[in-house]
Design a protein around this ligand. Structure first.
Ligand code: AMP
Length: 218
């Protein structure tokens, strides 16, 4: 069974690579950001709380996130393997995930670290567009990620929208949160011998080639 963690600063392409790997290996794509955005759409009291946290570029509480992950990992959709996109995001979540894996008799798998510099990430953030229906990701400043028709999803013809947290100000806050909270996970997973680095400046096709080499090598 393949299980992957994608570790990356904001807008490095973890959503895009996850979609490609999901198709290539028939894995369940677990995006905590998407799960949270679904909760917001339902307009529940929890959804309203989550919205204000995301809009500030901060992190949602570990308890909420770990509950969402446990629900997903114990569902039949994950039995052939899964990709974690956006989780774990700090050391406490990584430790809770280790405990959950032990409880469910699952192994850690591989951690793919996507690397790109801050200026490029900022530009990608501002140009990112997302399909409101299926979550497919496009970028108006990246030639190979342009939709065929302006503001229309190639996959499902849904409308493309800009996420509210894709502004420069929120990007700065999210990047800072990444450095403080998520960056320490690099050493955490390097210490476990499961960390692999991918150059995320190369475009999605090349990223997929790199990722496949890592995943297919025993
Ligand atoms: P993403 O779609 O992965 O960029 O996530 C969007 C936002 O959702 C993040 O900026 C956080 O506010 C929140 N979020 C997503 N995943 C997590 C997580 N594992 N822990 C805490 N907050 C999260």
């Amino acid at each position: 069974m393949i299980s992957l963690i994608l570790l990356a600063p904001p807008a490095a392409g973890k959503g895009t690579l996850s979609h490609l790997l999901e198709e290539e290996y028939h894995l369940e794509h677990i995006s905590t950001g998407d799960l949270l955005r679904e909760e917001i759409k339902k307009e529940t009291p929890l959804g309203k709380q989550i919205k204000s946290v995301i809009d500030e570029g901060a992190f949602v509480s570990d308890d909420v996130i770990i509950r969402l992950i446990e629900q997903k990992l114990t569902s039949p959709s994950c039995k052939n393997g899964y990709i974690l996109d956006g989780f774990p995001r700090n050391i406490a979540q990584a430790q809770a995930y280790d405990a959950l894996l032990k409880k469910l008799h699952l192994s850690l798998g591989k951690v793919l670290l996507l690397e790109a510099d801050k200026d490029l990430l900022e530009k990608r953030t501002v140009g990112r567009r997302i399909c409101e229906n299926c979550g497919a990701i496009y970028n108006i400043y990246v030639k190979e990620s342009l939709p065929k028709e302006e503001n229309i999803c190639d996959r499902c013809h849904g409308p493309l929208i800009k996420r509210k947290d894709d502004s420069i100000a929120v990007f700065q806050a999210r990047y800072q949160t990444y450095l403080e909270k998520t960056h320490p996970l690099i050493d955490y997973y390097r210490g476990k011998g499961v960390l692999y680095t991918i150059d995320a400046t190369t475009g999605k096709d090349q990223m997929l080639v790199y990722a496949k080499k890592i995943i297919d090598c025993e």
